[in-house]
Ligand binder design. Structure first.
Ligand code: PGA
Length: 243
């Protein structure tokens, strides 16, 4: 049974701080941990806050291994749309974590390489902490509806909802690749701790569906309610509503 807590905060600034408290508390005193940091806009405040606490000498992350959550298919690291590049700019660089220690997804999506990725992750003991955002369609990473709860790391076709949502990062829908590689729901939901960050009114419908509607493949984030992990959902008032 999942241990799921929902923390409602005032706004996106408070969300970054609350998430940073959570992540700092998690990392404190750990000599090694395997962490999945989502890209996307919602966790940006968290990463900036962690970097600032590290700069102020309040956070000493040691032995952190980063695992990549998702990547557009065939997009090279130097492409402006590379999600590895995004992670480098917002997480690795600011926190002083070397790129070459990251467990990276195979960007060509080769099935055998995806299986090796999952095995390597398993051999390293799986994920300790996954920091996730929520897609407009309830996806986690690029595990789009409908994704099986045990799905492995694999190539996926992005849905039109995701392509439209991602257009705000890159200019227009024509700039968004239509296929991607995602860490599967199977390995993701075996994480020991998961923090889901949700902000903005646009996510209001989907966050309530994920947390209160039926659990199933059409809203992949609903599976968080059945994960073995300790799950914390930090959601701002704009997304949660007045209740
Ligand atoms: P966002 O993306 O944080 O930019 O809203 C979330 C997601 O698509 O998972």
């Amino acid at each position: 049974m999942t241990d799921l807590r929902i923390e409602v905060v005032d706004d996106v600034v408070a969300l970054g701080r609350a998430a940073a408290d959570h992540v700092s508390g998690f990392l404190a005193g750990r000599e090694a941990s395997t962490v999945v940091p989502a890209t996307g806009e919602t966790p940006l405040g968290l990463y900036a806050e962690l970097a600032s606490r590290q700069g102020a000498g309040e956070l000493y992350p040691t032995g952190v291994t980063i695992v990549q959550l998702d990547e557009y298919l065939g997009v090279a690291p130097e492409d402006r749309r590379s999600l590895f590049g995004w992670m480098h700019r917002t997480v690795l660089g600011p926190l002083g974590i070397a790129d070459d220690g990251v467990l990276r997804l195979p960007v060509d999506g080769d099935a055998a390489a995806c299986a090796i990725f999952d095995r390597t992750l398993d051999d390293r003991g799986g994920i300790d902490l996954a920091i996730l955002g929520l897609g407009d369609n309830g996806h986690l990473g690029f595990n789009e509806p409908a994704s099986n709860v045990a799905s492995p790391t694999r190539v996926v076709e992005l849905t039109s909802t995701t392509i439209e949502a991602n257009a705000r990062y890159w200019g227009s829908t024509d700039d968004v690749p239509t296929r991607a590689v995602t860490l599967g729901l199977g390995p993701l939901l075996r994480a020991r701790t998961i923090v889901l960050l949700v902000a903005g009114e646009r996510k209001r419908g989907i966050v309530h569906r994920a947390l209160e509607g039926p659990v199933g493949e059409d809203v992949p984030a609903s599976f968080l309610r059945e994960a073995g992990a300790e799950v914390t959902v930090i959601v701002d008032r704009a997304a949660w509503g007045a209740s």
